[in-house]
Ligand binder design. Structure first.
Ligand code: NOJ
Length: 931
């Protein structure tokens, strides 16, 4: 990575000012008091049965500027805090919510609200265990659970809201300094130099509005670990950034951009930005969402001292005795906008994620093909190449669902066109893929080549769809096509126009099995500052790019997704992959971790990066397999595929300069091992799809950190090299060269079963296990049932009517349960009830099932169940069955005669295999007994 291309905090004026502000507060110690105070007479409770606001005015007692505070309680243990200038010189950007939030948040009334008439302290009681306290002088807030403050705002006094001002009225900050003659004199602070204009490399940012940043300290009291705020190539448990063990020296940065050969283990910003953080400790999780799309920096420190905040703020409540004294202190610094903060009370990590996705939108349920294997490369060069790759997969018995075309398929990088010489008849090619149930994804980036007689460009110029320069006229810069302009997705007309370009009439050469890839949507600009757009460029309604930068990614992704959805009369769930992202992206589609390297370190980092995306409410993500740049060794390639099987988005991709590396090109044993890995992915598709449905319902990521399933086990709080896939599968990907064994940490007191040998492990803590190249260390968790499909097919479409295998991994009490979700795998009919959701229950020798559909008797549910009733279980493996049964019987409701089922028992691993019980997975009413 070229570090010098990207700013450090000290090269970013507002970051530097706010860090200095914090340093002054810390060095003044008890002599420092935040200048922000609530004007006590202004406190109002607007309260009715549905709605309640605490409103007040906050004064900066130094500048006398007045701010408005608005605190609301929302459904599901969530609170919102908004602060804006009362009378700004001009409006500050506050349009972010309409793009970021899925709907207007639903407010609720508290149990009780009161103001202490003497002190002005406001107490808002949510329920018996939760409350919120606002102290007026200085302004602070605390969020308490059982009288213990879990989250506090402005406790360290770093709250700083730079009001809009004119240069003429600005009172510069003066500091005392000794001059060259050794005389003390008052000088303008150096921090003033970047307030009205700022230079970075050859770029000058004119900053017409001057300083307008917002900063706040947020403390997580009694928490040693915080997570989230993707996207960084960093650890799962976020590191300290201002001193401490193994700390970074820079804050975590959220500023979407294209970082060439990005560094690993770094807080540098990458392609995506989600300002959402969760803290976890043994008894509770809680989170915050700092809804601000402008450039943002976050400092993290962990205060382990005796006198840390938790003691200082005892007036907010009592300290919780059960937890350590560490307080994770965070300092959030954004360049512009308003303060709009959500606080989530949890109490579990899964609750926090549900609370966040209730606000920002449910993760989309993808089409089935989207979770199969994707074969991408920059570039498959022509139709023959595409069809050749396609048939080689079949010849080599390797399943795959989607083949991808990168930028070279276009005519001279003019998106929505085809290179006629290389792709003279794309529809025919697509039909051939479709014939095998396969899909094609093509790339379309948000930069549009400035070219004559290019319809897209001509229309965009004519109708003013491009981002504008401050002086007027289309913004122009460089990207893949050379001189280009960028679509202004903030302009509703431009958005609608963009959406309409995906109809089959307009995007000639596409049909229903063609889907989309939006790359470079940070936006990446080769000759822009920090490889992105100048902040002074102008969007619809005259907003500077500065105030909404990170939202650009979200809006471009959203417009394409809407376009793809709306191109057919019967809407299908769109598939659009994007690189740049912001909060809310989960509503649209997957993202990936961008241009990684084909090396072991990069493979290692895929786990914390994808886990962190999940913790940031972005469950559907993955990394380029087996590394984008450079050529992987066969061993690295195999290990990368084996890892990808268990990560949500499973796509191979390669830079244009790399050697071909489609799995069928490998020599043995690597070819067979890669084939086996891909087949394992396909076998697990029913489990994956059921997990995706759960994620759509409640926001819990499919791939989840260990601590999410074992929240009490502190050994797991920073563990990132192994993870859970749903509740039922533990995975420890091998990311080290030449490994033949690995250490796995088993938590809880239930047995685990090796996914291949079914061997049972009853072990708590670390254990060394064999991990030769042919092995992916992965375990079924005792107490759970996993549905699989074992028949080898060429794509997920070909598996649609295949029977299922159930893996029943028994717990210590010989019990287990699991679910299976099925729908048509492509339309939105499931939202009308056309799906089957079945729970399987095993209880000491008896297996049966029950529908989990929330309206099982509805016509949609019954007709779907009826249409799929022939979908059956063809095999059952019961793992951990202590002794060989004498009979296995199937009892059906419709038939009172029990039927004996053939079975095999394996003494060596205590597993039972039941053959072809033929029980339906959509119509319950059967029982299998093991006697
Ligand atoms: C950058 C993307 O990250 C990469 O995946 C793609 O191949 C190139 N752009 C070319 O489109």
């Amino acid at each position: 990575m070229k570090k010098e291309d990207f700013k450090t905090c000290s090269q970013s004026g507002f970051c530097q000012r706010n860090r200095a502000y914090a340093d002054d507060a810390v060095s003044a110690g008890s002599g420092f008091q935040s200048p922000y105070s609530i004007i006590q007479d202004s406190i109002q409770f607007n309260h009715n049965s549905k709605n309640s606001h605490v409103k007040a005015e906050i004064e900066n007692t130094d500048t006398k500027v007045i701010f408005t505070l608005d605190v609301t309680l929302l459904q599901d243990n969530t609170a919102r805090v908004r602060i804006n200038e009362k009378s700004p010189l001009k409006p500050r950007y506050d349009d972010h919510a309409k793009y970021t939030l899925h709907q207007d948040p639903i407010t609720v009334a508290p149990q009780h609200m009161e103001k202490d008439t003497k002190t002005g302290v406001v107490t808002v009681i949510l329920d018996d265990s939760r409350k919120l306290i606002i102290t007026p002088e200085p302004f602070k807030m605390a969020f308490l659970v059982n009288d213990s403050p879990i989250i506090t705002l402005n406790d360290r006094g770093f709250f700083n809201f730079e009001h809009l001002r004119t240069k003429e009225n600005h009172v510069p900050k003066m500091i005392k300094q000794t001059n060259d003659e050794g005389v003390m004199e008052e000088q303008q602070s150096e921090l003033e130099n970047t307030m009205w204009e700022e230079t970075f490399k050859s770029w000058t940012d004119p900053k017409p509005n001057g300083p307008e940043s917002i900063a706040l300290d947020i403390s997580f009291n009694g928490f040693s670990h915080v997570y989230g705020i993707p996207e960084h190539a960093s650890s799962l448990s976020l590191k300290e950034t201002r001193g401490g063990d193994n700390a970074y020296t820079e804050p975590y940065r959220l500023y979407n951009t294209d970082v060439f050969e990005y560094a690993l283990d770094s807080p540098t910003s990458l392609y995506g930005a989600v300002p959402f953080m969760t803290a976890h400790r043994k008894d509770i999780s809680a989170g915050v969402f700092w809804m601000n799309p402008s450039e943002t920096w976050i400092d993290i420190t962990k205060d382990k001292s005796e006198k840390n905040t938790i003691h200082k703020i005892l007036d907010f409540g009592k300290k919780s005795s059960d937890n350590d004294d560490t307080t994770t202190q965070t300092h959030w610094i954004s360049e512009a906008g308003v303060l709009d903060l959500f606080v989530f009370f949890g109490p579990t990590t899964k609750d926090v994620l549900r609370q966040y996705t209730t606000l920002t939108g449910a993760p989309a349920l993808p089409q089935m093909f989207a979770i199969g294997y994707h074969q991408c490369r920059w570039n498959y060069i022509n139709e023959k190449d595409v069809l050749d790759v396609d048939s080689k997969f079949d010849e080599n018995d390797i399943p795959y669902d989607v083949i991808w075309l990168d930028i070279e398929y276009t005519d001279d990088k003019k998106y929505f066109t085809w290179d006629q010489a290389k792709f003279p008849n794309p529809i025919e090619m697509e039909k051939q893929l479709d014939h095998k149930g396969r899909q094609l994804v093509v790339i379309v980036d948000p930069h549009i080549k400035r070219a004559h007689n290019y319809r897209i460009c001509d229309e965009a110029i004519k109708d003013k769809h491009f981002v504008q320069q401050p002086s007027g006229g289309d913004y122009e810069a460089w990207c893949w096509p050379g001189q280009s302009s960028w679509v202004d997705f903030f302009n509703p007309k431009a958005r609608n126009w963009w959406k309409s370009e995906f109809t089959f009439e307009k995007f000639a050469g596409t049909r229903e099995n063609v889907h989309l890839w939006n790359d470079m949507n940070e936006p990446a600009i080769f000759n822009g500052p920090e490889i992105t757009m100048q902040k002074e460029m102008i969007h619809h309604d005259n907003w500077e790019h500065r105030v909404l930068h990170n939202l650009y990614s979200l809006l471009s992704h959203g417009a394409t997704t809407d376009g793809i959805r709306e191109r057919t009369a019967i809407q299908k769930r769109p598939f659009v992959l994007a690189r740049g992202f912001y909060s809310g992206v989960q509503r649209y589609g997957p993202v990936w971790t961008g241009d990684n390297m084909a090396n072991w370190e990069a493979l290692t980092f895929t786990n914390p990066m994808v886990l962190t995306n999940g913790m940031g409410g972005v469950p559907f993500s993955g990394a380029d397999i087996p590394g984008f740049f450079n050529n992987p060794t066969p061993e690295l390639l195999v290990r990368w595929y084996q890892t990808g099987v268990f990560q949500p988005f499973f796509r191979a991709h390669a830079h244009i300069d790399t050697k071909r590396r489609e799995p069928y090109l490998l020599d043995e044993p690597h070819k067979s091992l890669t084939r086996a890995a891909i087949r394992e992915r396909y076998a697990l598709l029913p489990y994956w799809y059921s997990l995706f449905y759960d994620t759509y319902k409640n926001g819990t990521p499919m791939m989840r950190p260990m601590f999410m399933e074992f929240p009490q086990d502190e050994n797991l709080f920073a563990m990132e090299d192994q993870f859970m896939l749903g509740e039922a599968i533990l995975v420890k990907p091998i990311t080290k060269e030449d490994a033949t064994s690995t250490e796995i940490y088993f938590s809880g007191d239930q047995p685990w079963y090796d996914m291949k040998t079914y061997e049972r492990t009853l072990h708590t803590g670390l254990k060394t296990v064999e991990a030769p190249l042919e092995k992916i260390p992965a375990y079924y968790r005792g107490g759970f049932i996993v549905p699989r499909r074992e028949r080898i097919r060429r794509s997920s479409a070909a598996m649609k009517l295949d029977p299922f295998t159930l893996i029943i991994a028994l717990d210590r009490k010989s019990m287990a349960q699991g679910t299976l979700y099925i729908d048509d795998g492509e339309t939105y009919d499931f939202q009308q009830g056309s799906y089957a959701h079945t729970g399987f229950y095993y209880n000491r020798g008896t297996l049966n099932c029950a529908p989990l559909h929330n309206d099982v008797a509805s016509p949609a549910a019954t007709s779907f169940a009826e249409s799929m009733k022939l979908l059956r279980v063809e095999r059952i493996h019961v793992l951990g069955l202590k002794k060989k049964p004498s009979h296995v019987r199937l009892i059906s409701n419709n038939d009172d005669q029990p039927q004996n089922l053939p079975f095999e028992y394996d003494d060596s691993n205590s597993s039972l295999m039941i053959r072809d019980p033929a029980s339906s997975v959509t119509e319950c009413g059967w029982t299998i007994t093991i006697e």
